[in-house]
Design a protein around this ligand. Structure first.
Ligand code: FES
Length: 132
């Protein structure tokens, strides 16, 4: 029988845990492709390995799997709009590409580069065999 310590070591898979770090080195099916059937469709909330994420298919058909929460005020990106190659948070309009880069901040002056400093966590994705 495993000790309590060993059980905790093996069972915890959140980001930053030893098992979570190990499992994140492998490809893991997170969705059926049909759940993101067409570009610019509704984003899908995903909870996997103790982490809240959001998946979407952008205008070019590329699938993004991002941290579930906006970097600004932590609104859940499940409620965001999928438009013109990005996921736009409906709270204040920050927009993220499939790699988690903030690509638009509508309330910043045009000369501001603040958006270039903002990035949320993302995971690489592939579609294969009807799975994402
Ligand atoms: S919470 Fe997302 S833009 Fe403000």
């Amino acid at each position: 029988m495993l000790s309590e310590h060993d059980t905790e070591f093996l069972a915890r898979v959140s980001p930053g845990t030893p098992m979570g770090t190990a499992l994140r080195r492998f490809w893991i099916p997170v969705l059926l492709s049909e759940e993101l059937s067409v570009p610019d469709s509704e984003p899908v909330a995903v909870r996997i390995l103790g982490e809240d994420l959001v998946a979407y298919k952008d205008t070019n058909g590329k699938v993004g799997l991002l941290d579930g929460y906006c970097a600004h005020r932590h609104a859940h990106l499940y409620w965001s709009r999928n438009e013109e190659c990005g996921l736009r948070c409906t709270y204040h309009g920050w927009k993220y590409d499939t790699e988690g880069n903030c690509i638009d901040m509508p309330n910043e002056p045009a000369e501001s580069n603040f958006k270039d400093k903002i990035k949320i966590n993302s995971y690489p994705t592939r579609e294969w065999g009807g799975l994402v």
